[in-house]
Design a protein around this ligand. Structure first.
Ligand SMILES: Nc1ncnc2c1ncn2[C@@H]1O[C@H](COP(=O)(O)OP(=O)(O)OP(=O)(O)O)[C@@H](O)[C@H]1O
Ligand SMILES: [Mg+2]
Length: 261
């Protein structure tokens, strides 16, 4: 058990890292934030802010020697850095889960392999694959960069071959997935926490409305049937268990007529 007074490390100093830091310090922990941004919101209130790149060897050495445990505020820190830290300090969530969550190709491939529903998609890494993906997925579709997308960034709606080629060019050849664009009846998300011992706790499923790919409203409890909220919760919890996830995680679920993805 890591008791108050111990030092916790967090990679990423944005608003989520700041919320973590506030709560951890209230509980009596000390917090070191690693974030290259000198003005990062979490760094400003941490006990110590290391302003360096996430793969900076000296910074990582300091984190590994001073921290009793290390976490990350978001999925976009290099997973191999977490893996290196995990050889010396407990890192939660684990590097394997972060590596899957930070790459749509890895994420969707994992979901398919493990039998979880996901929107029909094809991997696109080259113009050849783009053409084949278009034939397989059909229109309308969404081209999404595999990495670093959020708030609809790194996504382009495509309706014909011309918009498809333009979108891939706009992403400068970055690896992508081409996804069927579904008519969504609702979107749910489930926020849960899973402990080292496998114990799961789950908030009631949230109903989300997005406008232009950006979250616009969240409603709790979700205005869908209990059967659907139960299904969303069970799915999220079994995914967390399968990933052996430790920490807090959100799982998003699309609902449409034909199936839930
Ligand atoms: N295949 C799709 N069909 C219909 N709408 C979609 C589809 N994919 C994405 N959207 C809409 O765009 C929003 C953002 O997409 P998505 O959740 O894939 O990306 P993100 O939130 O940027 O990244 P993350 O993977 O971290 O959630 C969705 O919540 C949904 O409203
Ligand atoms: Mg999303």
């Amino acid at each position: 058990m890591i008791l108050p007074g111990a030092v916790l490390g967090v990679l990423g100093g944005g608003q989520l890292g700041r919320m973590f830091t506030v709560r951890a310090r209230e509980m009596g922990y000390r917090v070191i934030v690693l974030d290259p941004d000198h003005g990062s919101p979490a760094g400003a209130i941490a006990d110590h802010h290391i302003a360096a790149q996430y793969d900076d060897a000296i910074a990582l050495e300091e984190m590994a020697t001073k921290c009793a445990a290390i976490t990350t505020e978001f999925e976009n820190v290099p997973a191999d850095v977490l893996a290196r830290l995990a050889e010396r300090v407990p890192v939660r969530p684990g590097p394997e889960a972060v590596a899957i969550a930070q790459d749509r190709i890895a994420e969707k491939t994992y979901l398919l392999r493990e039998g979880f529903p996901t929107t029909p998609f094809q991997v696109v890494r080259s113009p050849d694959e783009l053409a084949r993906a278009w034939d397989a997925v059909g229109s309308p579709a969404l081209l999404k960069t595999a990495r670093l997308g959020y708030d609809g960034k790194g996504q382009a709606p495509v309706t014909d071959r011309e918009s498809l080629t333009d979108a891939f060019a706009q992403f400068r050849g970055a690896s992508c997935v081409l996804e069927r664009r579904l008519d969504l009846e609702a979107e749910l998300s489930v926020v849960l926490a899973r402990g080292v011992d496998g114990e799961l706790a789950c908030f009631p499923p949230i109903e989300n409305v997005h406008v232009d790919g950006i979250l616009y409203t969240s409603t709790v409890p979700a205005r869908v049937t209990t059967a659907l909220t139960d299904q969303a919760r069970d799915l999220a919890m079994s995914l967390a268990a399968r990933l052996e996830y430790v920490g807090v995680m959100a799982v998003e679920k699309f609902l449409n007529n034909s199936f839930a993805a």
